[in-house]
Design a binder for this molecule. Structure first.
Ligand code: 8YV
Length: 313
């Protein structure tokens, strides 16, 4: 039996879940009824289909004595409690590769939206300020500016490739050196922020990166600098971000992810120099279908005794 925590927008994927497996669709229930449903079916659950943000915590894993595999519909596995799963020999899969382009596209869209102040200009037109002749300040070009990519994996590299086409200079930082790139690596995250006009966060979430984009890094990015985050909200010290944006130590922020999402601090949403999207980097028809297909294919491989397609090691 498979416990399905969230629906895929792909009807074809959902049909395969029901064709191949005996599914319990937890997402179909009102939030208040989910715990009771899980408790009822838990003894027979052998697989968990979850998301990058829901993951699986120790409490849920403890409820599932026959759990063999956790298939994450996402690249990020920071919400998966590996300390609990590993000793039990439970396999984990995720969906690398298929979402790279769309997440990179959103990072670029956010960067450009912040640079060119697209949300404010949209309001300006809709509210009739244009027709009234309200004065408009010019934006700053991205051409010739430096984009610092924090986290130079698949997504970071895809962001860099796109931004190069906009005439931006590129740098990156992550703990280990990336071979086979001519993008220079800064000496540290702080150095990257100092050297960049735009800091684009593409790093994995989890304990190792929690709060690393802190007050010091944001100050180094500076009053003319912009933070873009398409990775995990937990990587950024959100109160420090709000304070820096509010008092002008940081120029702007364009964020798809938040520390306590779906809750977004009112103080952040009230700022004029932010662009906000609701964690939609991979939310396209094509990518969500491909991600869901990979989840199904990993589960099929597992139950057929075949090697997993995309195991997390
Ligand atoms: C989604 C994500 O939020 O891939 C990730 O790590 O955060 C996103 O793609 C989610 O996992 C979709 O189910």
């Amino acid at each position: 039996q498979v416990l399905v925590m969230a629906a895929s927008p792909s009807a074809a994927v959902m049909a395969q879940f029901d064709r191949h497996f005996d599914c319990h669709h937890v997402w179909q229930l009102p939030a208040a009824e989910r715990a009771a449903c899980i408790a009822k079916v838990a003894p027979d659950v052998r697989a968990l289909a979850t998301t990058g943000t829901i993951g699986v915590d120790a409490a849920l894993a403890a409820q599932l004595p026959r759990l063999e595999i956790v298939a994450v519909n996402g690249i990020g596995v920071d919400a998966v409690d590996f300390d609990v799963l590993r000793p039990r020999g439970i396999a984990v899969t995720n969906t690398p590769g298929v979402l790279t382009d769309d997440v990179a596209d959103l990072a670029v869209a956010l960067l450009l939206a912040a640079a060119r102040r697209i949300p404010a200009l949209d309001t300006y037109v809709r509210e009739g300020q244009w027709a009234k002749g309200v004065a408009l300040q010019p934006a700053r070009a991205v051409r010739g500016k430096v984009a610092g990519i924090y986290g130079f994996g698949r997504i970071g590299k895809a962001v860099a490739a796109r931004l190069a086409a906009f005439g931006m200079a590129l740098r990156y930082w992550q703990p280990n050196v990336v071979a086979g790139t001519d993008v220079p690596r800064s000496a540290s995250l702080l150095a990257l922020a100092e050297e960049s006009d735009y800091l684009v966060v593409c790093a994995p979430g989890g304990a190792a990166t929690r709060g690393l984009v802190d007050e010091t890094v944001l100050a180094a990015l500076g009053a003319e600098g912009t933070l873009v985050n398409v990775a995990r909200g937990t990587i950024v010290d959100e109160p420090a971000l709000i304070a820096a944006l509010a008092d002008g130590r940081l120029g702007a922020a364009a964020l798809d992810v938040f520390a306590g999402e779906p809750a977004v601090p009112a103080a952040l949403a009230a700022l004029p120099n932010v662009v906000l999207t609701p964690h939609v980097g991979s939310l396209t028809v094509e990518t969500r279908h491909a991600m869901g297909q990979l989840v199904v294919d990993n589960l099929l491989a597992h139950f057929a005794g075949q090697p997993l397609l995309t195991p997390v090691r």
